[in-house]
Design a protein around this ligand. Structure first.
Ligand SMILES: [Zn+2]
Length: 439
């Protein structure tokens, strides 16, 4: 079945069409001006001036954190590592197979409702073996999305088992749908022995690791190893053009040069950095150095639109200038996020042209002032991104949300999600105090 979206405004961050059409099945079959449209037996939808943009890619998320929302627990952190020990490491410690599957499914569904159709996930769970297959199964098979998986290798887990799970992750690769990276938690939770083991098996795969999220990561690295975090990763031959270094809040110029040298990617997650009070990354500096910067949400909020807004506003604050970070800078990050996902999945996401992926968002759009190809991004940023919930979400050519409602029925999954979340909270409240973490 092919669908035709008629009388739509179409914008893919490069090109704008004021009154156009899009025909798609799993990929875009045709796109053009309404005056050139011919019905060749398509199911038609007259969308009367609504805006169509590409589905979002989330460049770094933690679906395992989904069931932490609303949880009551003892939380009194003095620093960043306390946040990990008191919250996140307890949540992931108690995830068994059902919890892994349902946290991925419910978290993925939540992000999809805000327009994200591809997720680069960084997974951790007490149950290690087989976990990435469950993440993929929830996202790709049940929800019909696309994903890149990774298991957060860390010295608090059985490192050999975590390495094995990452290797198993690479076998989950499926063109256009799924791929993997080699997951590592952070320098501060990985010994030299662990890094050497990973280096031995990595080959040409990319790593996915938190870097200098808090200054504690750098301080500890300097104290224990006499070098900075990115230097340590370079020492163990862990950097290449596929690697994602997440946050990089406290890296210095020399570390930026190393990242640039290996053509690695920085995934920024500014809302999470605000929440954890760890600092603001030098995003403008990264871009000016020619480093590929992509955007993720760190599992904190489900909306990429909000992340894009926060990158823009936070970067003005960081640069102490209302023009210190431009729309061109932000569009570069949005484009990079699509391109990076495309390089791993073999897709053409983020482009609304013939033969590109039919991952599309249909958005109610009332332009308060004149709109054209030169100012459409301004309309999108100021008028659409705040509070964006897409009217329609289309992923892999299937209509997932229509008129703000689920077009496919996930009511049983959501019911089970509530049961599983309660079960996780009970497990944490009953056993959380006795869990001790070494790193
Ligand atoms: Zn993260």
């Amino acid at each position: 079945m092919a669908y035709a979206l008629l009388n739509v405004r179409i914008y893919d961050y490069d090109n704008y069409e004021e009154n156009g059409y899009i025909v798609f099945s799993d990929k875009i079959i045709d796109k053009g001006k309404m005056s050139d449209y011919l019905n060749k037996g398509y199911e038609e939808f007259d969308l009367m001036g609504k805006l169509v943009i590409p589905g979002f890619v989330c460049g770094h998320t933690h679906l395992y954190s989904t069931f932490a929302r609303g949880m009551s627990f003892d939380f009194n952190p003095n620093n960043f590592v306390d946040i990990l020990k008191q919250l996140w490491w307890k949540v992931d410690h108690f995830l068994d197979k059902d919890l892994i599957y349902y946290s991925s499914l419910i978290g993925g569904l939540n992000q999809m409702s805000f327009g994200t159709t591809t997720l680069i996930d960084h997974h951790a769970s007490g149950e290690i073996s087989g976990s990435l297959k469950l993440v993929k199964s929830a996202l790709v098979n049940r929800l019909g999305l696309r994903c890149v998986t990774a298991f957060e290798t860390s010295d608090r887990f059985d490192v050999d088992e975590a390495i094995k799970e990452n290797i198993a992750g690479f076998n989950l690769k499926e063109k256009f749908l799924a791929n993997s990276l080699f997951g590592m938690h952070a320098s501060l939770s990985l010994s030299d022995k662990s890094l050497a083991k990973i280096s031995k098996v990595l080959g040409d795969k990319g790593i996915h690791i938190h870097v200098a999220e808090s200054v504690m990561d750098e301080d500890e690295c300097l104290e224990k190893y006499g070098m900075r975090v990115v230097q340590r990763l370079e020492k163990f031959n862990l950097l290449n053009e596929r690697s994602i270094l997440v946050h990089c809040t406290h890296i210095n110029e020399e570390e930026m040069d190393i990242i640039k040298k290996y053509d690695s990617t920085i995934a920024v997650n500014v809302t999470s950095n605000l929440n954890n009070a760890v600092g603001i990354s030098q995003i403008k500096r990264f871009l000016d150095k020619g480093i590929r910067v992509i955007s993720g949400n760190d599992g904190l909020i489900p909306s990429q639109a909000v992340e894009y807004m926060n990158i823009f506003y936070l970067s003005h604050l960081k640069e102490s200038s209302p023009i210190g970070f431009s729309f061109s800078d932000l569009k570069k990050i949005i484009r990079n996020t699509y391109d990076y996902a495309n390089s791993l999945l073999g897709t053409k996401l983020g482009i609304i042209e013939k033969d590109c992926e039919a991952d599309l968002l249909v958005i109610d759009f009332n332009n308060l002032t004149p709109v054209d190809e030169f100012n459409i991004f301004s309309h999108l940023f100021y008028g659409v991104f705040p509070g964006l919930r897409p009217n329609w979400v289309i992923a892999r050519g299937k209509i997932k949300f229509k008129d703000y409602n689920e077009f496919e029925d996930y009511s049983l999954d959501k019911k089970e999600g509530i049961i599983q979340a309660k079960r996780l909270w009970t497990r944490i409240n009953e056993g959380g105090k006795d869990v001790k973490f070494k790193y």
